[in-house]
Each structure stands twice: as C-alpha cells, then as structure tokens.
Write a protein that binds this ligand. Sequence first.
Ligand code: HEM
Length: 204
Amino acid sequence: MSTTFLIALFLHIASLLAAFGAAGIMLLCNLKLRAAKTGADAFTWGIVAGKTPLVFPIASLGLFLTGAYMTSKAPGDAWGWGSGWIIASLVGLIAINVEGKILGDRHGKEMREALKANGPGPLSAHVREVANSRLGWILTIASPALVLGALWNMLTGAQGSPPSLGHAFLNVAVAWAIGAGIGIWIQSKAPAAAPEAAPSAVAS
Ligand code: HEM
C-alpha cells in the first residue's frame, strides 16, 4: 500500500469519525431540546443543533474524494467504479445528503422560528411539537444508521468478500429502515409536558 493510499484511507476514516461525532451531538441536542422546560433551557441546544449539520456535507465530501481516489487506485484491480459495495454506498451517501438538505434544513428552520417566537419563557406546545416531530427523529437516527450499512459494505468489500450490487443496496436500505424504526420509537417516548409549561398553556 503506497503512502498516498494510506493517507487517503486515514482521511476516509477521519471523515467518518467527524460525521459520527456530529451525529452524536445532534442526538444529544435533540434529546435536550425535547426535555427543555423553558426557551432559556432550549436556546443553547437550539444554536448547537443549528450549526452542527454543517459538518455533514463536509464530511461526506471528504468520504467521497478520498473514496474516489482509493477506487481509482485499487491494488491489483481488486475493486473499481463498477463494484456494487462502492456504488450502493455512494448512492446512500448522496441520498442522506439530499434528505438532510431538503427535510433536515426545513425542520431546523421550523425549530429556529418556534424558539424565536417562544422567547425565554415556558416552552409552548408548538415548540414541544417541533422538538418531538417524527420526521426530525427519523432523520436523526436513520441517516447515521444508513452510514453503518455502508460501513458494512466497505468492510466486506475491502476485505475480499464483496456483496453483490443488490445485496449492497439491501444493506444500506435495511440499515436506514432499522434507524427509522428506532427514530419512531424514540419519538413515541416523549417525556410528559413540563409542569412549568402548564400555566402559560392555561393563560393562552
Ligand atoms: C458512505 C459512507 C462510507 C463509509 C462509512 C466508508 C467506510 C470505509 C471504511 C471503514 C473503509 C476501510 C475498510 C477496510 O479497509 O477494511 C473503507 C474503505 C474504502 N472505501 Fe469507503 N466509506 C464510505 C463511502 C465511500 C465512498 C463513497 C467511496 C467511493 C467513492 C468509498 C471507497 C472506498 C474504497 C475504495 C475503500 C478501500 C480502501 C482499502 O481499505 O484498502 N467509500 N470505507
């Protein structure tokens, strides 16, 4: 393995770690936003949740560029652009970026506007609804889950037991579906409305 190839593999895995670090921060922010009792409690988590998704396209570009290099320099033509495990992982990576850009950005904007309208006082029913939206939870868990499916494709592909194209797509699709199921489960476990929110709900 040449030094350049090794550096590309190192950066490939560093990009993956960056994406997972950001996914962990998003999970924490979303749990904290959901558990917050006042706008003041939620504010910092809302700011971090608004900025962290910037990491995803950068880490994805890192994965793609380093992956593209390693695809074109496969030792002894062991793999190439026609390999199912590479095609399915690339398509999966593009899919979650498009999903994040369209649905994730819309959800983030809704959260920002709801927090702004709420101010520092007790959290309104609307903020709690946005903080526990089914779509938000599906995005938070299903996207990193798909990446785990791609990780499985990568390990089996690079270690010499590559899955077929259909199997590789099934791996990422099943991983996404399991993640979506876990997201829906977390959404169903919303904590009861905070008692502090009750007076404002009665007053309004
Ligand atoms: C979708 C998320 C991805 C994840 C989680 C991921 C993860 C990994 C990991 C952990 C390895 C090391 C495997 C091993 O050495 O046993 C690897 C290798 C590799 N990846 Fe990815 N990767 C992803 C996307 C991509 C993309 C989009 C491409 C191509 C454009 C790509 C091309 C490669 C190649 C060619 C190797 C083999 C290098 C080697 O191990 O010798 N990867 N990937």
